[in-house]
Design a protein around this ligand. Sequence first.
Ligand SMILES: NC(=O)c1ccc[n+]([C@@H]2O[C@H](COP(=O)([O-])OP(=O)(O)OC[C@H]3O[C@@H](n4cnc5c(N)ncnc54)[C@H](O)[C@@H]3O)[C@@H](O)[C@H]2O)c1
Length: 335
Amino acid sequence: MGAGAIAATAHLPAYRRAGFDVQAVYDVDAAAAQALAERFGIGRVCDSLGELLSLPEVAVVDVAVPAEHNLPIASRAFEAGKHVLLQKPMAPDSARARAIVEAAERAGRLVAVNHQMRWAPSVRAAAELLRQGAFGEVIDYSMRFNRRTDWSAWPWLAELAYPELWYNSIHYLDAARFWFGTPATVYARLGAHQTSGIDRPTRAVIVAGHPGRVTGSVQVGHDSPKPPLSWTAEFTIEGTDLLVEGRVGDMIGHPGEVPDAIRLFARTGAGPQERELEGNWFPDAFAGPMRSLMAAIAGGGEPETSGADAVETLLLLEAVEASHRLGMAVEVEAR
Ligand SMILES: NC(=O)c1ccc[n+]([C@@H]2O[C@H](COP(=O)([O-])OP(=O)(O)OC[C@H]3O[C@@H](n4cnc5c(N)ncnc54)[C@H](O)[C@@H]3O)[C@@H](O)[C@H]2O)c1
């Protein structure tokens, strides 16, 4: 449910490629729901959330609406016996995200969150190298994203104090958690830019101290004067044995123009070695959270981007906000 931009450009194209069976659509904007159904051949347009939740053929409700609506929608869906996939951010704050997890537990249903950057090809390839221990001991990582974003596409974001952090940098911080776990401490400064078109911070410099020795930095800007194909969207992870550089192609130019890439530089001097990567962040990665949720429903266990896990990403965002406001490093609250 939610027949807006992301459902049309990412969820449904990815689900079509993956062969997922989409039964029905609902949006408070009936015309948007109708248009989406026609475009993707969805058999049923519902007039209300109640109608959607009454359909026995619907096992999972995929919610792609602004986060403030997620708690009431998810609660009703669990009560109706449905599992739920929520768009990020899971909720406007960690308290409401926890309430969603508790509601799912009470109903014995599963909840997952669309943290699909974990399935962006370069991000996943780096995770696989980490899993294999290919880096030796990891020392540090950096993520650098600098592009131009037109915020006018999401007028409701202007209501938030830190829209960039909660709606974009959330991806990078969640990817860092995917690689190295939740940082124990963060120091952050969030900056505004005179040309951004939105009276809110559109820039972030965040230093994360993970348990053990790993330190990370995440630097984000949305005000680049460069031509789109010269934007920056890259990461470096360096260990005792290996340095890896990755590119998240879909954040450069328009989605699909630039492929993901990954290059390995071994400490022995071998390399660079390029790895073949399949697919893109947009839309292919969007199949990942849904597939993981469906696997958990079928086979037991938790989805990879479970609601409980996503609470930790929101606790991290809240620590970033606190650090920025206080002007000092802060500890990240544990789940
Ligand atoms: N994972 C990603 O990479 C990614 C990218 C873009 C957007 N998103 C998320 O997806 C969500 C939607 O973003 P969008 O760009 O599609 O926004 P959008 O404004 O284009 O669409 C939102 C849609 O939700 C509908 N809606 C709002 N409240 C509703 C309700 N209570 N019940 C039913 N429908 C309702 C609106 O009518 C609209 O059609 C946001 O939470 C955003 O963070 C995620």
